[in-house]
Design a protein around this ligand. Structure first.
Ligand SMILES: Nc1ncnc2c1ncn2[C@@H]1O[C@H](COP(=O)(O)OP(=O)(O)OP(=O)(O)O)[C@@H](O)[C@H]1O
Ligand SMILES: [Mg+2]
Length: 365
């Protein structure tokens, strides 16, 4: 186990700023997930740690020691790739032990570690098979086995589950978590799947265009997103956004005018007149009612019409048309709601996120 630290890390490919001033301290044993849209610099960051990519500038430390100049082989890191990179002509056992044998570790020790890893990963019955005779999930486990037996200081995973179907991905996600609990190795895991990030991470690093947008626990990035990007990236279905303009700021409150001249009174004077605001409403915070629930100053009630109902089994996603554009809510699956129904979307004011339209920053923080 080791701690890992990044100091002002940059990576440029010609004019492309793949990673821009990346700073982070990872504690011993932490499970860190780098998440963000395609091209945001996740793999590049990982590859720089592994030594597969030159660093343009900045420093990477493992246990307080700068590793920039250390040969990849000597960094004591194990990486699992999206495509697993198994040797097709070698058996599972030989694939798992390949790195150890190359390091000239005594045979008995190699044997012991392979047995241990295959027990941990449930590969005992498959050791003599070739990769071509394995399912996707089994191949994935072999790739993990190869990483585990090396007993590295740090695990790096680059979208290791993205080739698996949804069900298997879910299962392997849980296994990944169990494995981390058991071996406790410091882990840096890359994915573009926010659910994978939320369920696996001790802390999530949300990236966009080579920049870190926020670092925090799953709970922090969900409840206290720094900005509109993080708010829209974390959570499914995604947060709804509607526009408003601050119309009157007084001593203890402010009025916000929505696009259809509906006004909302907020118990805060932390705004300025004519400030353009984006209100964020999480689908799970919206209560959908078929009749008018009466006036309540602590609740925003928006008129809408249901356009699509998506049953998901345990819950139902309800997509509505409104004066503010499309709004999505989430209800229990036994709800009486029907398509084309006129409804009220109710959100308690304390659940509403407020962002400045220009800076996109969260104003509730
Ligand atoms: N070898 C390369 N030469 C030039 N540009 C590159 C190279 N590798 C990556 N890039 C660019 O650097 C940026 C970051 O790429 P990176 O592979 O790190 O993204 P990513 O976050 O892993 O995306 P994905 O989710 O699609 O895997 C992208 O704009 C990409 O096009
Ligand atoms: Mg990538």
């Amino acid at each position: 186990m080791a701690n890992v630290q990044f100091e002002n890390l940059f990576k440029n490919y010609g004019n492309v700023k793949a990673v821009h001033d990346f700073n982070l301290k990872i504690d011993e044993g932490e499970f860190i997930v780098l998440v963000g849209p395609s091209g945001c610099g996740k793999s590049t960051t990982l590859r720089m740690i592994a030594g597969l990519e030159d660093i343009t500038s900045g420093l990477i430390y493992i246990d307080e020691k700068v590793i920039n100049k250390i040969h990849p082989k000597n960094r004591d890191i194990a990486m699992v790739f999206q495509n697993y990179a198994l040797y097709p002509h070698l058996s599972v056992k030989d694939n798992i032990s390949f790195g150890l044998r190359a390091q000239k570790i005594p045979r008995a020790e190699v044997e012991k570690r392979v047995v241990e890893a295959s027990e941990t990963l449930g590969l005992e019955g498959l050791l003599s098979r070739r990769p071509g005779e394995l399912s996707g999930g089994q191949k994935q486990r072999v790739a993990m086995g190869r990483a585990i037996v090396r007993n590295p200081k740090v695990f790096l995973f680059d979208e290791p589950l993205s080739n698996l179907d949804a069900k298997l991905r879910h299962k392997m996600r849980a296994e990944m978590k169990k494995l981390h609990k058991k071996v406790g190795t410091t882990t840096i895991y890359v994915t573009h799947d926010q659910i994978e990030a939320m369920t696996l991470a001790d802390r999530i690093v949300i990236m966009k265009d080579g920049l870190i947008e926020q670092v925090g626990t799953p709970d922090e990035v969900y409840r206290r997103p720094n900005n509109i990007f993080v708010a829209s990236f974390i959570g499914t279905p995604a947060m709804n956004f509607i526009e408003g303009e601050v119309s009157k700021v007084s001593k203890a409150s402010s009025m916000i005018m929505l696009e259809d001249q509906k006004s909302i009174k907020l118990k805060s004077n932390n705004f300025y007149n004519n400030q353009n605001i984006i209100l964020g409403l999480r689908p799970e915070d919206i209560t959908i009612t078929s009749e008018n629930s009466g006036k309540n100053d602590n609740i925003i009630g928006l008129d809408a019409e249901i356009s699509v109902i998506e049953p998901m089994g345990h819950e139902t996603v309800v997509i509505c048309d409104s004066n503010y554009g499309e709004l999505t809510g989430k209800v229990e699956s036994n709800s009486k709601l029907k398509e084309n129904m006129a409804v009220k979307l109710n959100v308690s004011l304390e659940k509403v996120y407020l962002f400045d339209k220009k800076s996109e920053k969260n104003l509730n923080l």
